[in-house]
Design a protein around this ligand. Structure first.
Ligand SMILES: Cc1cc2nc3c(=O)[nH]c(=O)nc-3n(C[C@H](O)[C@H](O)[C@H](O)COP(=O)(O)OP(=O)(O)OC[C@H]3O[C@@H](n4cnc5c(N)ncnc54)[C@H](O)[C@@H]3O)c2cc1C
Length: 330
């Protein structure tokens, strides 16, 4: 394989009912920077139809090319058709990299088409860096229980495939550029689809579980007592925010997994984050680095969370929470 034969960075655009999944736009914005650094073009791959205003969002991220695929077998999503599609497209166009949202769908088909090509696929990077020396992308992510940051590259094969979780990067469109639209028609034989949708139950999670977009978050760590939870919930309510937690709080069965912040949970970007009884392990902190202001409360003055916080309170979490509630009542 000659790496020079491969050009341009791709982002797979995930959509549902004509609306683009936010992760696809976040990835376009981040891949735009990488493509600029590499002197390559940024290409969005869409399957099926999208309304004009959604296409404008793709264009607004500085996309140079839209690869628009039509054909049978893609609706509803099934992994056989998508694996086949991306295998065929990559063989034909030879991109240097393909970024896929780390959603249920993306995690399903990305490693499969990478394996079929074959090439390398990395998952859950929290940072992407272009190395001009090698032309490789460094996929950086916490490893060994958060004790170190692993730099993963695909040094020999192309394309470099990666899935990145929603919320990892910011949606910060740089504005439209002149773009070209390339049409592709690839049918996938329906009889080769090995899965069948038997039933569909819409996600009925209530909105309090959607912490990724919350402007204010009150996060409780492992030090929280079960009988103290209502006061943190109350504080979150009074601040117009949402309650969240570290993973051990979920492991103890106190709060649902959707409220976990960190490497294996949600990445959040609130304007204000209160952190109570949280040690500051890397696996958790990777989920809060985009918070604008962090106020941490911990009884241990050496706790790592203080390295990441704008304001630190050394003290008991319950007492501090009660004092804040009193202030807000007064
Ligand atoms: C692959 C992998 C992925 C992971 N993903 C995640 C993830 O997504 N999210 C996540 O959170 N974790 C994750 N973890 C776990 C992570 O490594 C840490 O174990 C976890 O974040 C620690 O949670 P904690 O800080 O709440 O608890 P602890 O480490 O137990 O810390 C509790 C803190 O509370 C303080 N404290 C105790 N009593 C009080 C009090 N009365 N008042 C004030 N402070 C007090 C203590 O000083 C201590 O700093 C992951 C681990 C692995 C291996």
């Amino acid at each position: 394989m000659n790496k020079q034969d491969y050009r341009d960075m791709w982002v797979s655009i995930e959509q549902e009912g004509g609306r683009i999944h936010p992760v696809s736009l976040e990835l376009l914005c981040e891949a735009r920077k990488l493509a600029d650094a590499a002197g390559e073009k940024l290409c969005a791959v869409t399957v099926g139809e999208l309304p004009e205003e959604e296409l404008e969002k793709i264009r607004g991220c500085g996309t140079d090319r839209l690869l628009h695929v039509t054909g049978s077998g893609y609706e509803p999503f099934n992994v056989d058709a998508y694996t086949h599609l991306f295998t065929e497209l990559c063989r034909k166009y030879r991109p240097t990299a393909v970024f896929v949202g780390g959603t249920i769908q993306g995690r399903d088909f990305a490693p499969r088409f990478a394996c079929r090509l074959p090439t390398g696929c990395t998952s859950d990077a929290t940072e992407l860096v272009y190395d001009p020396r090698t032309g490789d992308i460094e996929f950086i992510e916490p490893a060994v229980g958060g004790k170190m940051m692993a730099v993963i590259t695909v040094p020999v094969m192309r394309p470099q495939v990666g899935t990145i979780r929603p919320g990892t990067f910011r949606y910060a469109p740089t504005g439209p550029r002149p773009w070209e639209i390339v049409e592709e028609h690839i049918d996938f034989p329906l009889e080769q689809i090995r899965t069948r949708v038997l039933d569909f139950t819409p996600n009925e999670d209530d909105d309090s579980l959607n912490i990724a977009e919350a402007e204010v978050i009150v996060c409780v760590g492992n030090a929280v007592r079960a009988d103290s939870l209502p006061k943190y919930r109350e504080l979150a309510r009074k601040l117009g925010g949402k309650l969240a937690c570290t993973r051990p709080v979920f492991d103890r069965g106190l709060l649902p997994f959707q409220l976990v912040i960190g490497q294996s949970g949600a990445v959040v970007k609130p304007r204000l984050l209160f952190s109570f009884g949280v040690s500051g392990a890397v696996n958790h902190v990777t989920g809060i680095t985009d918070a604008e202001k962090i106020v941490a409360v911990n009884k241990d003055p050496e706790a790592a969370i203080f390295h990441y916080s704008d304001y630190g309170i050394v003290g008991d979490m319950d007492e501090t929470c009660e004092a804040l509630l009193r202030q807000l009542e007064g």
